[in-house]
Design a protein around this ligand. Structure first.
Ligand code: UDP
Length: 457
């Protein structure tokens, strides 16, 4: 499978969160299969086990953040600590790697786009740097409209305007604008302004998306940024499934999901997962539990430790909830699932998701319609695209309440509306497959990326 060696080493630096690690490792796999040697610099916060990736070389840097939890009340604060603590050890590690003449020459550095120091470090070492944006193209493109959205008073968001449609950006509502809440709005606006400068001065931008999915957003990005832009997603479909990166999981994947799914009827199961960071209130948790039970559909539910505020794991579930006599259906609960395998399983009918970008894309790639329950940042915008632009899912309207849940499941799994949604997501899945084939847009974009990397002196 491996193609001719390219004689270049690429150094990759992921942000240490699951939703950022997965696409970076997938990209590493793609580039490795194209003949590049891969070195990964990772911090000692949420780090991967190098022995699970023997084809990559790992270097670990100590950034002085010992806690391994990813839940935090203020994600921007955590991000700024990560940035502040990583700069020096990263620069030292990179300089050491560059001075090692016993290895192939370094072609370029590929970092997560949110590292605010990586551009200046790369420039100081005269190393080309390409950014990886792990979110959607649409949520990146909209940042360019932030100054105007502020001028028009849409941002910062005001409670009284949340349901208002944003003029010129239909069907987006004010509540969908991708903002990360912090102690004040300025911190986030500064981060975005800085990201824009960093992107403009970088040597290229890679996105995990495809033309047919986000054509307009990609066109906007190409117009605003004078750099090469490569949309070569969906990454995880760029290589054979037997290269699957199960081991880029920070939590152990419970394989019992698959044997349980094997016992279920085709297209019968609701898969429920809210990703690696989202947290919900106990009241919402109970509504979800009863909504699932009342739907009378079998479900596979990922309840990550830390998902429910103030609860370690399942304590908040009513006692006896999982007994068939209470549920009248089969339910299976795990702490963490092999999600891509689950979504590809023939028993899965629907994905109830928080609409993190990876989950959204993974669902589209398997032709699984979604129930959208976005929690924060770009998830609201992803969910709006799923429900109102691509029309491949339904939003949980009127809040997380058992009656709404039951109705939404019914609309998607039983009614004609659901049939149309399923047909649309299958067509989108076909487009995703097509773009990866020889001559397809992502295939060409990957070729262009390789040429670009080889053009660096
Ligand atoms: N994931 C997984 N098992 C789970 C839940 C999630 O492997 O039980 C993976 C999922 O396939 C995706 C990533 O974790 O690749 C979550 O990324 P996403 O952008 O969807 O959400 P985030 O965790 O960043 O909020």
């Amino acid at each position: 499978m491996e193609q001719l060696k390219k004689g270049r080493r690429l150094i990759l630096f992921p942000l240490p969160f699951q939703g950022h690690i997965n696409p970076m490792l997938e990209l590493a796999n793609i580039l490795h299969l194209k003949g590049f040697s891969i070195t990964i610099i990772q911090s000692n916060f949420n780090s991967l086990n190098p022995s699970c990736h023997p084809h990559f070389i790992f270097h670990s840097i100590d950034i002085g953040l010992a806690e391994s939890g990813t839940s935090t009340k203020d994600p921007l604060l955590l991000l700024s600590r990560l940035n502040a603590n990583s700069r020096e050890p990263f620069q030292e590690c990179l300089a050491t790697l560059l001075s090692d003449v016993s290895k192939e020459p370094v072609g370029c550095l590929i970092t997560d786009s949110v590292y605010d120091f990586a551009q200046s470090v790369a420039e100081s070492l005269k190393l080309p740097r390409i950014l990886l944006r792990t979110g959607s193209a649409s949520s990146f493109a909209i940042y360019t409209a932030f100054p105007l959205l502020r001028e028009k008073g849409y941002l910062p968001k005001q409670d009284s305007r949340l349901e208002e449609e944003v003029t010129g950006l239909s069907p987006l509502k004010v509540k969908d604008l991708p903002i990360i809440n912090s102690d004040g709005p300025e911190r986030f606006f500064n981060l975005i302004a800085d990201l824009e400068i960093q992107t403009k001065t970088s040597d290229g931008l890679i996105l995990n998306t495809f033309e047919d999915l986000e054509e307009h957003a990609l066109a906007t990005i190409r117009q605003v940024y004078p750099i090469p832009v490569f949309s070569l997603g969906p990454f995880h479909k760029c290589y054979p499934a037997n290269c699957s990166l199960t081991s880029s999981s920070l939590l152990a994947q419970d394989q019992s999901c698959i044997s349980w799914l094997n016992t279920q009827a085709p297209k019968s199961v609701i898969y429920v997962s809210f990703g690696s960071i989202a947290a919900i209130k106990e009241t919402q948790f109970l509504e979800i539990a009863w909504g699932l039970a009342n739907s009378k559909m079998p479900f596979l539910w990922v309840i990550r430790p830390g998902l429910v505020h103030g609860s370690d794991w399942l304590e908040a579930l009513p006692s006896g909830f999982l007994e068939t006599s209470t549920l009248n259906v089969k339910g299976h609960i795990v702490k963490w699932a092999p999600q891509k395998e689950v979504l590809a399983h023939q028993a899965v009918a629907v994905f109830w998701t928080h609409n993190g970008w990876n989950s959204t894309l993974e669902s589209i790639c398997e032709g699984v319609p979604m129930i959208c329950m976005p929690c924060s940042s770009d998830q609201m915008m992803n969910a709006r695209y799923v429900s109102d632009v691509w029309k491949v899912g339904l939003q949980l309207q009127h809040g997380v309440e058992r009656v709404n849940i039951e109705n939404t499941i019914r609309r998607l799994m039983v009614e004609k509306e659901g049939e149309e949604i399923k047909n649309r997501v299958l067509r989108l899945m076909q487009k995703a497959n097509f773009c990866l084939k020889q001559g397809g847009s992502s295939y060409r974009s990957l070729d262009a990326l390789i040429k670009h990397i080889l053009s660096f002196k």
